[in-house]
Design a protein around this ligand. Structure first.
Ligand SMILES: Cc1cc2nc3c(=O)[nH]c(=O)nc-3n(C[C@H](O)[C@H](O)[C@H](O)COP(=O)(O)O)c2cc1C
Length: 215
């Protein structure tokens, strides 16, 4: 591994000329949709992958992991996971978290901070029903974040569940969605000049305001 890695921009001639952040819509959710769609169009790998950071009050420790944003619905950011996992335990104990998107081709980052609650069982049921059978059985088979003796144990468990649910796989009660209500969103645009641009959206008396920040 070389000591000083170059950024994507320095290695790729196809780097797209950055847009100015001042042209972003006044509504942060419109701005998010705009950038998200551009990330998909630019063929960013895993454009819907983001980093969720949570806080565990007992250990006073912050932890992060990647997950997929499923959708933005009514200005809520929705993702799915195991309700017994480490992240879910953190969220149940401390329902504030952050989501971070990084799209290197566009040299863009979006930070989102807010409060998290479970989505309704109806919403989780509806999404679970659309998932591939393998993912549905995986949600049953994996006691996410728990210790496992061997990978074979997981495969054996999967086989048993495959036989138990020959037809429709119901949603396990321990699997479902969380939705984040944002109170802060920040957009970062890298510039070739290195004078990068940041724009923060925040709520003031329940109305979204925005300001430019120094990079
Ligand atoms: C690209 C990518 C997407 C992922 N998507 C999800 C997801 O949507 N839900 C999920 O629970 N874990 C997802 N994971 C796995 C998590 O990063 C993590 O390993 C797992 O959820 C356990 O985290 P925890 O022990 O902190 O709860 C994904 C990992 C990667 C690398």
């Amino acid at each position: 591994m070389s000591k000083w890695l170059k950024s994507y921009r320095e290695n790729h001639a196809d780097f797209i000329q950055p847009a100015s952040i001042e042209k972003l819509p006044l509504d942060p959710f419109e701005a998010f949709t705009l950038w998200f769609d551009e990330a998909v169009q630019s063929m960013e790998l895993e454009a819907n992958a983001c980093v969720l950071s949570t806080y565990a009050p007992q250990s006073q420790q912050v932890s992060s992991r990647t997950l997929y944003l499923k959708e933005m619905l009514d200005q809520q950011f929705i993702f799915y996971t195991n309700y017994n996992s480490k992240k879910a335990k953190d969220l149940h104990a401390h329902p504030k978290a952050s989501l971070l998107f990084f799209w290197p081709k566009l040299m863009r980052q979006i930070r989102i901070e807010g409060s998290v609650i479970r989505v309704s069982e109806t919403i989780s049921d509806a999404y679970f029903a659309t998932r591939p059978r393998e993912s549905q059985l995986g949600a049953w088979a994996s006691q996410q974040s728990e210790k496992i003796q061997s990978r074979q144990k997981l495969l054996d468990q999967y086989k048993l569940l495959d036989a138990r649910f020959p037809d429709v796989v119901p949603r396990p009660a321990h699997w479902g969605g969380f939705s984040m209500t944002a109170n802060y969103l920040e957009f970062w645009q890298g510039q070739t000049s290195r004078l990068h641009e940041r724009r923060a959206y925040y709520l003031e008396k329940n109305i979204w305001q925005s300001k430019l920040l120094q990079p």
